[in-house]
Write a new protein. Structure first.
Length: 121
């Protein structure tokens, strides 16, 4: 087959990982596709936080990812980006703390949790 991926090609590519629970868990299934993609982008940014030592006084890792960057990467409107962030906060997948003084907000990516029904399986 012509133009199919080869093993060496895959090793050189960068991929975003999207947790399967965002599609299978009743708690997250209703999130928009943009919210699920944004969560994957936020998870990817955690590696940058590790490299930069972005840890607060409580030992929690935070990321710096401006909304206009998300808007550009996903090619969505600023209004949609705001809605996506609100979705993630409401789903308890993101905490956002305003820093002020023209600095970008600190974003805390929260882990996916299982519902009571999923925990019984």
């Amino acid at each position: 087959m012509e133009n199919a991926y080869r093993l060496d090609d895959i090793a050189r590519k960068t991929f975003f990982q999207i947790p399967a629970a965002l599609f299978t868990s009743p708690k997250y299934r209703e999130l928009s596709a943009e919210a699920k993609l944004t969560y994957a982008l936020l998870l990817d940014r955690l590696s940058m936080s590790r490299e930069n030592g972005w840890v607060d006084e409580d030992g929690e890792v935070y990321i710096v990812f401006r909304r206009d960057e998300v808007t550009e990467i996903l090619n969505i409107s600023p209004r949609k980006t705001t809605a996506v962030f609100q979705e993630l906060v409401a789903a308890e997948l993101l905490k956002e703390y305003r820093v002020g003084m023209g600095k970008p907000n600190r974003l805390y990516v929260l882990p996916i949790t299982k519902t009571v029904e999923e925990g019984r399986r």
